[in-house]
Design a protein around this ligand. Structure first.
Ligand SMILES: [Zn+2]
Length: 219
């Protein structure tokens, strides 16, 4: 069970964030299996989804994560070292330009190599940037010459034998965990046979559902 300190909405969701949310349904972010957080226009943390805390717990990051990353914390206080200017610049640019940005990063433990794909989306009103993290799935133990090899297809082929790929972000849905989309570089480079296309919920929200959202204010 979640602890009261990490999973009550009042410690995860700033009221200003709810008021500003114009490109996603809150339920989309809440239900996203990957860790999601948001930063307001001053790059202060203003939202965490439940998966953020699940990931922290699963990686023995709690209760330290909940203590260090609280609503209102400036990003520059939450990230240290050389990554700090990297992310400050990147998210500031997303808000300034009003265009999404993505990159890949590694977050390995002592025993597990893990890479992630991160996509950052500015709200139309530029009041916040939403950051969605997805697991990057490759062969579990790639040989040096097999980098980028695809994972076990059986985990992704549905009962009709189809792979379901988001036509926008190209993540692939897990067959056994619908709604859980992984980033599989090998299947972007070369699409496997019998791949069907759909839209993941964040892409549907951001690129289609709210297409009539108010354009960004000019100033
Ligand atoms: Zn998508």
């Amino acid at each position: 069970m979640a602890t009261a300190s990490s999973d009550t909405a009042s410690t995860r969701i700033a009221p200003e964030f709810i008021a500003a949310l114009d490109k996603f349904e809150l339920s989309t972010l809440e239900n996203e299996p990957g860790a999601v957080y948001a930063l307001d226009r001053d790059l202060r943390l203003c939202y965490f989804n439940p998966a953020w805390f699940r990931f922290a717990r699963d990686n023995n990051g709690e209760p330290a994560i909940s203590a260090r990353f609280t609503l209102g914390t400036p990003l520059e206080a939450a990230i240290s070292g050389p990554l700090q200017p990297f992310y400050l610049d990147a998210y500031a640019q997303v808000l300034r330009d009003g265009t999404p940005w993505q990159h890949d990063y590694e977050c390995s433990s002592d025993t597990v190599l893990r890479r992630f794909n991160q996509r950052s989306y500015p709200l139309a009103n530029r009041a916040a940037v939403i950051v969605i993290n997805s697991l990057t799935v490759e062969q579990p133990h790639p040989a040096p010459d097999a980098a980028g090899a695809a994972p076990d297809e059986s985990l992704y082929r549905n009962s009709h034998g189809l792979l379901v790929q988001c036509s926008h972000c190209r993540r692939v849905e897990r067959a056994v965990q619908p709604g859980h989309w992984d980033w599989v570089p090998a299947w972007v480079a070369a699409q496997p046979p019998r791949t069907s296309h759909s839209l993941c919920q964040p892409c549907y929200d951001y690129y289609y559902r709210f297409r009539h959202a108010t354009p960004p204010a000019t100033s």
